[in-house]
Design a protein around this ligand. Sequence first.
Ligand code: MG
Length: 257
Amino acid sequence: MCATCGCGESDVRVEGRTEPRHAHPHAHPSTDGPATIDIETALLAKNDHLAAHNRAWLAERGILALNLMSSPGSGKTSLLCRTITELAPVRPVAVIEGDQETHIDAEKIRATGAPAVQINTGAGCHLDADMLARGLVELAPATGSLVFIENVGNLVCPALFDLGEAARVVVVSVTEGEDKPLKYPQMFAAADLVVINKIDLLPYVDVDLQRLVAHCRQVRPAVSVLPLSVSTGEGMAAWRDWLEESPSPADSPAAKS
Ligand code: MG
């Protein structure tokens, strides 16, 4: 069980294999207040240690890793499929997919021609640094490549776990309403970029785009915000520009220290 949120993750599988997890960073929750705080601090400290290893591993290989987080259904996988298709001629891309169950998203990614590894977290609601380390070994991304990590759809727990990524991208769709940055501030406060997806649906939903942007900046004033539509392609050029200008693997240790 996860001492942070109470979710279970005793059945984590990488690429469909079922393995017992040894020395994972989660501990059983305690009903004792101070002890619970100690366990939570310890598990996050252990995760941060493993994340530092991942960050060094990625930097040694010149690999840029980006952690995509959102609620379920915001369009992360669709964004990745379109991005891979548009970037494929110029840059090698690989993907680690995090979901509780199924290989559906990894299969969608592989259909674009990019390599993908699926991590199924079972009852777990987020990826952690240990899972990413195992996924990277399985994926074996090319030197100098771009690795997208699609986290488990959840606006709460993924924000707590550093994976060793160079930057965090939070995706929110206009169909989710204007209030998500205010309701889930930890997620948006951790974002290097907020992608607002499905702007082609703005005429059909009661959402003011400028108010949604303002809510993002209320939580993190300096955050970059990119409205786009994966369906129509509007805004995709700005997203590709951001990827070109996003933190380099060599910059990432300093950025997270
Ligand atoms: Mg997905």
